[in-house]
Design a protein around this ligand. Sequence first.
Ligand SMILES: [Fe+2]
Ligand SMILES: [Fe+2]
Length: 321
Amino acid sequence: MNSSEIKALVDGTPVEAYLQVRTKSLRVVATGRGEIFSGDLGDNSSEIKFAAFSGSTINCKELDDSIALGSIVQVKGIKNTHQGYPQIVVSSRDGGSMHTALPGEYDLSNFVPKTNQDVEAMWGYVTSLLATIKDPSLKSLVESFISDTAFMGKFKLFYGARMFHHSCAGGLLEHTWEVLQYCELACRIHPSLDRDLVYAGAFLHDVGVLRENSEPLGMSESKEGFMLGHVYLSSETVSSRISSIPGFPEATRVKLLNLIMSHQEKEKQDSDFYQRTPEAAAVMCADAFGSRVSQYIRVKKDSAGADWRAHRAPIGGVYTE
Ligand SMILES: [Fe+2]
Ligand SMILES: [Fe+2]
């Protein structure tokens, strides 16, 4: 249950939720009997006030000491309205409780920036486009990833990058979904492109992000990512899957790996990999198109209401009016 849903409940309804502590304070009740631990709890949907009262099972001083500002708590209480504001009342009488939640107990994506696209709708587009691949080897390769539920579970949730573009939960899928759409258009404009190679390459070009960054959600860099980067890790991940597919054609293998290794614009790339096929050029351009346009949109959005221009690495100055 999120905070918006709780606020819509009828007063007196029991509530159990994971919410982030946005403000908190401890005060003595006016009568001098007991204490109140109160403040605001929130998630991506909204914020709601809370008030916990000292009682037989609740010690407000201990709650204040043990619950850090910004932490996620599990709260059990009753939805109420106080002075016109919806709130969660936590009291011993109603079996209420409040404690810091453990990682894994709650869905972290409720508290961090999240893609504003529908994850399942994006995934539906990606899988239906990939289902059009006819080349048996590329089809087997793509299916080996799609049928890997643990891998795809992460793929749908991970940040696309830690900064600059698609840095939100679901960002990796959103970026891949965008790149595939640009690639679909490129294949329509240039029918001589090998569509199977373009689609498989666009789908797999950033799978190394899942190793470059760490759980939860790929918000921090892994040691392997720091040392090797996602371009190499994508290539290595795909390469090891290819080696488990008997008879995978050598020509397809080197074309696909060149496409992955050269998918970044030259100025961003530290290695000497050049696009050697029109399909690699198409995916590189689609990747640049998606990430570049997204960066400009993000700077404009973040700078709304501020100065008429903003500077942000790596793109530089952006006119924001
Ligand atoms: Fe990339
Ligand atoms: Fe990419």
